[in-house]
Design a protein around this ligand. Sequence first.
Ligand SMILES: [Ca+2]
Length: 200
Amino acid sequence: MPLLVAVLAGCTSGSPEEAVSTSTIADPAGDVVVSGLGRDRETVASAPQSTQADILTTTVEHRADEIGFVVALRDLLPGQYLDLTANVTTDSTGSRLPTQVTSLTYDGESTIDVYRTDGSSRCPAADVAVDHDADTVTMTVPRTCLGDPRWIEATVVAATMQYDATPAGPRGDAVWEDDAYRTGQAEPAASGTSGRLHRP
Ligand SMILES: [Ca+2]
């Protein structure tokens, strides 16, 4: 009987949609939004002139051994601060709370952390690579750090700030950000995610 169950399970998981393991989605240039700027810090405003956190394309790939995120930005300057965060939902966590993958780049140095839902960090084998010539940030996370999921689904947001801004100054709380799956402040298209990507 266990053999029969296994065969049936194999038959029901082979639809073409479930075979998708890679997503590449373009995002418009000039759709960065800024919050916390100036006196009215609650307001979120368009910042089309801001290029540094402006996502152009995002590829998420569910590979056999790792999850890869490749984000192409409009203009990634060597000295700038960039926070690139993917929130990854998988079938492997019962709560369905996303796992947060965040890379921070500043002044030529980059770090990456994978956070549990309780806030602690794990996954020392996660990696980030920044290519200033190609204006890309690549994050890779071993599947084991995400509980060896059968499928993943990710949101991706890039953010920047003026790292040395005076806290009390007009830019002290300002954050410029761009959602990879959303144009400006518009409602996200479809799910606002990479879509569900299955293990190849
Ligand atoms: Ca964009």
